[in-house]
Design a binder for this molecule. Structure first.
Ligand code: SAM
Length: 705
């Protein structure tokens, strides 16, 4: 047997460790932590623990640093700090691809908004709940009361129940307001392939999945695909559960940051961020859009990274002016001058950095324009040749006319002294919903050249070598405490590039990867898997391979039993995670785009490590101890439009009760476990993917009766 069940258990454990049901009470969690307990959270004793101390929301180094960076005009400074000390308000999004989203919107707007008005008010007389004005279609909502109030106030009880129920079935999702912003600027279309890098825990991934379904024509399965990537397998499992449920400048969210923050954190992340962003740009189609967003307010992690990307990519990438998109979103431009702090000293240019620190503090961290591609800088600006944009590409990304502007990040600009003159569109915290994250929007105009990629590789080598040296206790320079935070990530990054975590240099790895993909896909010379390391070694232990399910006899019996039309695309779309074809328990359905990626991945020796994919569609059931009754109804889903399937219900007494319970929750996913005899000793269950998709009131009534 494959590791399906084990994997499931591991994923569930990681999920439980990593995340609670966000609307449920968790006495282990400090008030004010992740998601905000409301104003009272800071001063309260934690439930049942009088010794609990609130987090101190002070860090002089943090204040000094950002004051010096002038990210906020002086007159706004105290407001800004006060805002950071307040817990982040709870916000959530309605899943617009769920069948009942209009009902949910109307319930919020017409019932709860009014009924709660009298119950919850604050000194500013703000609405108890209100939609976020900038989020299209009133699909994102802000709560003006704390989780504590939500739990303790009787009047809020039915609203709380509503939130828990809808969250459980994936109709709404708790997500920070600021995290909802970047996907909105991607201009997602039903045929887009989207790569979500550093994706866990997956709030944006979930949002992107919803967006592609929302953008598809009714009744059609979108060709779009979201690939969510993260270096941390445990966090990947968190992401899987998050998405299955459909399903940092963070001091407001994680107050512990007040204590932990130091200037070295941003410096240490800068290189990795440039590398990841450059990798993203390398993979991006010409004409595609990239949104760079971080959880930080630090110019070294934001403006400096984007400036370096522009320097390296030259004419191949341009910065997009999105200032007219989402007009209600409160924003301000990014800064174009900043300083770098290292070991307690400020540096304005790389020349000022002492020699022994020059390899830690890289030129690209400075606004001087002296990045790694100095040739671009000598001309004074990064000129973007807009003629290079093919009109078709513009159509493909639905660019607004006039968006193709020449962007500059010049030496001259940087010396200008005004910190807010760069044309970069930055999203910053003026909205009380927002924590302090930033996003930039870039468009790829032409392929990036080898030299630019090589630059990344060299940089990458330097950082990996250094990290390795530090790990082994070698190396001449002592590492200050404040940098230690990110060393492991540097090492991890070398692993995630291709999933190998050992001795090859990353230069070899990346070059080899490029060669493999080019040669093998173009010449059709696929390497066999045994020439490579198996997927389930090292950090990828427990991640099963993806196997195309080709048991024709079983497929035929399923097709005939369910009366599935011949036109329903099954060929190459069924996969399992179990190499032992005679013991397949779960069969997953994948879309055409995913099928293509999988085929390519097989050709290149499964370089892509896949923790989860597709839709679990059939599960074998080991016993026949249930009596069956069959009924038919039409499934009005995007997946099975026009298909009428015969469903059989488990009718044992205890399972009947369970069904009634789940039906009560509106969770048809678990209600509709339909058992069919498909072969003499195997049963397959047709599973519901999206509970709401299959929701059918008559069916529920039938089950409850
Ligand atoms: C702040 S979280 C991302 C939040 C996420 N984008 C969301 O919207 O839910 C940062 C993530 O980056 C991942 N990460 C760090 N270094 C990485 C690397 N080199 N490659 C891929 N992921 C990485 C971490 O494991 C972590 O899960």
């Amino acid at each position: 047997m494959g590791g399906g069940r084990k994997r499931g258990r591991t994923q569930r454990r990681h999920f439980k460790q990593g995340r609670e049901n966000v609307w449920k009470h968790n006495p282990q969690r400090p008030p004010g932590a992740a998601g905000g307990e409301g104003a009272e959270g800071r001063g309260d004793v934690r439930d049942g623990d009088p010794s609990w101390q609130p987090f101190a929301t002070e860090n002089p180094a943090f204040e000094d640093y950002y004051k010096a960076q002038q990210i906020i005009p002086e007159e706004e400074w105290s407001n800004f700090m006060n805002m950071l000390r307040k817990p982040l308000p709870a916000t959530f999004r309605i899943n617009a691809s769920c069948q009942f989203f209009q009902d949910i919107c109307s319930q919020l707007e017409n019932d709860f908004r009014k009924s709660l008005e009298t119950e919850v008010s604050d000194e500013h007389e703000e609405d108890a709940i209100r939609p976020l004005a900038w989020y299209p279609g009133n699909l994102a909502w802000h709560l003006n009361f704390s989780r504590m109030q939500l739990r303790r106030n009787q009047a809020l009880e039915s609203f709380h129940e509503f939130l828990k129920r809808e969250n459980e079935v994936g109709n709404i999702t708790r997500q920070e307001a600021v995290s909802m912003v970047p996907p909105l600027f991607l201009n997602v279309q039903p045929d887009h392939h989207i790569l979500d890098m550093c994706a866990a825990p997956g709030s944006k991934t979930f949002q992107l999945l919803e967006m592609i379904h929302q953008s598809a024509k009714p009744g059609l399965l979108p060709n779009a695909m979201v690939v969510a990537n993260d270096v941390d397998v445990q966090r990947c499992n968190l992401l899987i559960h998050q998405t299955k449920r459909i399903g940092d400048g963070t001091v407001r969210k994680a107050p512990d940051m007040w204590r932990k923050w130091n200037a070295g954190m941003g410096n240490g992340l800068h290189r990795l961020q440039v590398e990841i962003a450059m990798r993203g740009i390398g993979l991006l189609k010409v004409g595609g859009r990239i949104v760079y967003s971080t959880c930080s307010m630090n110019p070294v992690e934001n403006e400096a990274v984007v400036a370096e990307i522009l320097r390296r990519c030259g004419d191949s990438v341009e910065l997009l002016d999105v200032s007219t998109e989402l007009p209600e979103l409160v924003r301000r431009p990014g800064v174009s001058s900043w300083k770098v702090r290292d070991r307690g000293s400020w540096f304005g240019t790389h020349e000022d950095v002492p020699r022994y620190r020059k390899n830690v503090i890289s030129p690209s961290m400075f606004p001087s324009g002296k990045g790694t591609m100095d040739s671009h800088i000598t001309s004074g600006s990064v000129e973007i040749n807009t003629d290079a944009v093919d009109a078709d590409m513009r159509d493909a990304t639905n660019m607004v006319e006039g968006e193709q502007q020449t962007k500059t990040a010049t030496d001259d600009d940087n010396k200008g002294g005004n910190p807010n003159t760069e044309e970069t569109s930055k999203l910053k915290s003026e909205d009380p919903n927002m924590s302090d994250k930033k996003s930039d929007f870039l468009q790829k105009l032409s392929p990036i050249i080898e030299k630019q990629v090589a630059q990344v590789i060299n940089e990458h080598n330097t950082s990996v070598d250094k990290a390795e040296k530090r790990q082994k206790g070698l190396g001449s320079d002592k590492v200050p405490l404040e940098e230690n935070t990110v060393h492991q990530q540097e090492v991890d990054d070398s692993n995630v590039m291709d999933g190998h975590g050992d001795n090859e240099t990353s230069n070899d790895k990346i070059t080899e990867e490029a060669k493999v993909i080019a040669n093998e896909t173009e010449n059709g010379q696929a390497r066999t898997r045994d020439q490579r390391k198996p997927q389930n070694q090292g950090r990828w232990k427990g991640v099963d391979p993806v196997i195309f399910f080709k048991d024709e006899a079983t497929i035929r019996s399923i097709v005939s039993f369910y009366g599935m039309k011949d036109t329903f695309p099954l060929e190459g779309r069924l996969v399992t995670r179990n190499p032992d074809a005679s013991h397949v328990k779960r069969i997953y359905y994948v879309s055409k785009s995913v099928q293509e990626v999988l085929e390519l991945n097989v050709k290149v020796g499964e370089r892509l490590k896949i923790t989860s994919l597709g839709l679990k569609i059939f599960v074998s059931v080991p016993s026949i101890s249930v009596s069956l009754i069959s009924m038919s109804f039409s499934l009005r889903s995007k997946w099975y439009t026009d298909y009428t399937m015969i469903l059989a219900m488990s009718f044992r007494k205890d399972s009947h009760q369970r069904m009634a319970h789940h039906a009560h929750l509106g969770c048809l996913q678990r209600v509709c476990r339909c058992c069919f005899h498909t072969s003499p000793n195997r049963f397959y269950t047709l599973l519901q993917l999206t509970s709401s998709t299959y929701y059918n009131t008559e069916l529920l009534n039938f089950l409850i009766l």
